[in-house]
Design a binder for this molecule. Structure first.
Ligand SMILES: C[S@@+](CC[C@H](N)C(=O)[O-])C[C@H]1O[C@@H](n2cnc3c(N)ncnc32)[C@H](O)[C@@H]1O
Length: 204
């Protein structure tokens, strides 16, 4: 068995044993171990949540004093304590719906958004970056000043420009490739700290 397949298998088995709905849960656990962005009592918005692995991890980390709102095109089976919405993040009404579910702006925005992949690298990259840019626009509506964020991105020609945009909107960004993310996959994560949040910085 190839090393990458063995690793994939290991995380699939672990997820089954530990009650996580997706292998993706381990990516967020590993990112959080390094960057400590999820803490008790925080309110968190998770974009692209189905089947719910990241929501499960987040709900455990923020505890009953925190708040988690997840959104996906697909229906998500209920998770105790979390608010789960079925909707399109490209719907202009979605940010207002999320705000309505939070008592105040979120402390953290997570985005594990991915399009249905076609297998054509450039097309998948462009679609994924476009989803991430929509995620950033939603951050401008729902994330508090000083908040943190994690965005999944697919590697490709538009990534550098996206990173510059993130640097413009956050004080600091780190690129993370957690061990649970397959080495041969083009995905990586931008961990973004201290949201600047001014209207003047809002992408047009
Ligand atoms: C990699 S999966 C997320 C896995 C999730 N983090 C977990 O741990 O279970 C990416 C998700 O993005 C969602 N997605 C893609 N485009 C979307 C959109 N326009 N609006 C909402 N969700 C979207 C997909 O439906 C898919 O469930």
């Amino acid at each position: 068995m190839r090393l990458a397949d063995a690793r994939k298998d290991r995380y699939r088995r672990l997820a089954k044993d530990q009650g996580y709905r997706s292998r993706s849960a381990y990516k967020l656990l590993q990112i959080n171990k390094s960057y400590k962005i999820l803490k008790k009592g925080l309110s968190v918005v998770d974009l692209g949540s189905a089947p719910g692995g990241w929501v499960q991890v987040t709900q455990r980390e923020v505890g009953s004093s925190g708040k988690v709102v997840g959104i996906d095109l697909k229906e998500i089976e209920p998770i105790n304590g979390a608010v789960l919405l079925q909707g399109d993040i490209q719907d202009p009404a979605i940010a207002a719906i999320v705000i309505d579910k939070l008592d105040s702006k979120a402390d953290v925005l997570l985005s594990d958004l991915a399009p249905n992949v076609s297998g054509v690298w450039d097309i998948d990259h462009a679609r994924q970056i476009s989803l991430t840019k929509t995620g950033l626009m939603i951050a401008h509506r729902v994330l508090r000043k000083g908040g943190n964020a994690v965005f999944k991105v697919f590697e490709g020609s538009m990534l550098e420009e996206l990173k510059s945009e993130m640097r413009h909107n956050f004080e600091r960004i780190q690129v993370s490739k957690p061990e649970a993310s397959r080495q041969e996959s083009s995905e990586m994560y931008l961990v973004c700290f201290n949201f600047r949040a001014g209207d003047t910085l809002q992408p047009k």
